[in-house]
Design a protein. Structure first.
Length: 461
């Protein structure tokens, strides 16, 4: 119909100009017009197709450009004993991987606050993960840590820059692979997975700071792998700690952290984890060896000395259950130290020889122990929040004692018995960003420690 109207319009234009068209000529003209109209429609279709293809190509070019600066965002997942952000390099085909995390929090001291205590706001950690996958079976992974925002910290020296771990992994088969370098001890929950998005509370559990001296790393070599579908293991031989630096607060001071490590004595550490079901995991680890490092210690003012064998064994067991919004964790740890009496006498003799007063930390406990229980629930699904949001309430109860048994003839310091209740909120507006609020209440058998309110934030990438 449209075509006939167009044809008549053309005829109406031609006739006044003196043209007389025969019927045959009119039909021929109409056919030609129809051909031209068909050609116009074809060209329009082709143009539309060209525009569509051009839009597709433009979008692909944009994606390629963005991927150079902004890699594709993938869910972070731990692998081979490493934390989720520290595991990014294992997902590469080849080349460089960059990741990291950071955290800071404001701490207000409340009940039992002493006149010398102060509120503080600490940029606690800034971490860079750098990894490189040389090929499909050799991977370098490392972590560089900046603590307390400076190496000076106002002249107090509390800040530091450290290599947290640096290792080469050689992948041979599922059940047996080799790892060497500065290794994180595979003990507890947070020593290997210490990124702030993956534990509750601004501070790590106190049991995994005092009894398990997180973050704990030593130079060594070992193996790791998976046996069947449910059992994983890690087993390393590492430089022992420097046991002469143990004190009443525990073994934390004995960490060598890979810094010109004394290597006269070697210890072994091993861990097993069993995935009992998709929602539950149980496991344990043990660290054992001589921590003496053949160092002589002075026992008295007369200069008598001895080279003690500081045999130490630390073991821990842990379990975890997660289903829907419910999260449960439990961990218990204990260490025993032989020749603690000789170490204690040496600490006292050193203070006396230097004319310094005794500090109350000289007596090394023969046994240290602690445990914690933790429960959390993610309310985000119940509140109809976006699928990638997370909002959990949690409570953790801890008890620890770094002086559970004292060596004869020294007395046990009951002031080292501490119980901690930590309650709070963990909110993730994005899986890689976390906001935290918690209250820590301390109960000590003797003496006091101020309770805390902590408000902080962190991230991983």
């Amino acid at each position: 119909m449209t075509q006939n109207i167009l044809s008549l319009a053309l005829l109406a234009l031609f006739l006044p100009m003196g043209f007389t068209l025969a019927a045959a000529d009119s039909k021929d003209l109409i056919r030609r017009i129809e051909v031209l109209e068909s050609e116009i429609e074809r060209l329009k279709t082709e143009r539309s197709d060209v525009d569509r293809k051009q839009a597709i190509l433009t979008e692909e070019v944009r994606k390629v450009r963005d991927s150079i600066v902004l890699p594709e965002k993938k869910a972070l997942k731990g692998a081979f004993g490493m934390g989720p952000a520290a595991s990014k390099v294992y997902g590469l085909d080849q080349g460089l991987s960059i990741g990291g995390y950071g955290q800071a929090w404001y701490q207000a001291l409340v009940e039992d606050k002493q006149t010398t205590d102060s509120n503080s706001f600490d940029f606690k950690r800034l971490i860079l993960y750098a990894g490189y996958k040389f090929n499909d079976w050799i991977v370098l992974n490392s972590e560089i840590e900046f603590e307390h925002a400076s190496t000076e910290d106002g002249g107090n020296g509390a800040g530091s820059v450290s290599v947290e771990f640096a290792q080469l992994d050689f992948f041979l088969r599922d059940a047996f692979n080799i790892r060497l370098g500065m290794l994180l001890m595979p003990v507890g929950f947070t020593n290997e997975t210490h990124e702030p998005n993956f534990y509750h509370g601004n501070e790590r559990p106190e049991v995994e700071i005092r009894i398990i001296p997180t973050t704990w790393r030593e130079n060594g070599i070992g193996a790791f792998g998976q046996i069947g579908e449910r059992l994983t293991y890690r087993a390393y031989a590492v430089t022992s700690m420097n046991g002469t630096r143990f004190d009443e607060s525990g073994i934390r001071g004995g960490r060598q952290n890979g810094t010109r490590s004394l290597a006269e004595d070697i210890s072994v550490v091993a861990r097993l984890d069993y995935q009992a079901s998709p929602n539950s995991m149980i496991g344990g680890s043990v660290y054992t060896g001589n921590q003496g490092q053949e160092k002589r210690v002075t026992l008295d003012a007369a200069g008598n000395s001895v080279e003690p064998d500081v045999d130490m064994t630390l073991f821990e067991v842990h379990a975890q259950y997660r289903k829907k919004g419910l999260e449960l964790r439990a961990l218990g740890a204990m260490s025993t130290i032989e020749n603690a009496a000789e170490l204690s006498a040496a600490h006292i003799a050193t203070q006396v020889a230097a004319g310094a007063p005794l500090t109350g930390t000289e007596v090394v406990g023969e046994r240290q122990k602690g445990f914690y229980l933790e429960a959390a629930y993610d309310f985000a699904p119940l509140l109809k929040m976006d699928a990638d949001r997370y909002l959990a309430l949690f409570h953790r109860f801890e008890t620890l004692d770094t002086h559970h048994e004292a060596p004869f003839p020294f007395a046990r310091d009951r002031g080292r018995i501490t119980r901690i209740h930590t309650s709070g909120i963990t909110y993730k507006p994005d899986p890689q960003v976390v906001l935290k609020l918690d209250h820590r209440a301390f109960e000590r058998a003797e003496g006091q420690r101020a309770d805390e309110i902590n408000v902080g934030f962190g991230w991983v990438f």
